[in-house]
Design a binder for this molecule. Structure first.
Ligand SMILES: [Zn+2]
Length: 158
């Protein structure tokens, strides 16, 4: 529990929210300033700054809960899509530094602000993409935290 963290205060029952789902590890509640009606936050009960700071099992459980809630959000709101979003770091728009997933319903004729690819985004050359892929691969390998997964889905430890 971090006294300065609004999500920790919510989880401790010190702030009131409209809860959609809760279990021992995760709570999901309505965003108080929704991007669209039905915008839900899935929050780990333990305080971790972002996805990369969160234990893998807990992060996977948050994703599992998000996956279970999504179709219900779609049904309850009549949305044509439900987007999943997580900001990791203030520069990316993370407003509360306590890991959370956004589930954001999008109606059929609505424009969702984050469109990928961004209109007019440049298309790098294959060699530029290869260089960046190799740079990221080396950085990941140096950190030594990733078990490789084969394309068949089985985990292969590296
Ligand atoms: Zn917190």
């Amino acid at each position: 529990m971090n006294e300065h963290c609004v999500f920790c205060r919510i989880i401790a029952g010190e702030e009131t929210v409209s809860i959609v789902y809760e279990d021992d590890a995760v709570v999901a509640f309505m965003d108080i300033q929704p991007a669209s009606p039905g915008h839900v936050l899935v929050v780990s009960c333990e305080h971790h700054a972002d996805l990369f700071d969160t234990p893998t099992d807990l992060a996977l459980h948050c994703l599992e809960v998000a996956k279970q809630l999504g179709p219900g959000i779609r049904e309850a709101t009549g949305a044509a899509a439900v987007n999943l979003f997580a900001a990791n770091g203030r520069a990316g728009g993370q407003d509360v530094e306590h890991f959370h997933l956004h589930l954001i319903p999008v109606q059929e004729d609505e424009h969702f602000e984050l469109q990928l690819p961004r209109p007019g985004a440049p298309v790098p050359s294959r060699s530029q993409l290869d260089v960046m892929a190799a740079r990221i691969g080396r950085a990941v390998q140096k950190r030594g935290e990733v078990g490789r997964r084969s394309r068949g889905g089985g985990a292969v430890s590296s």
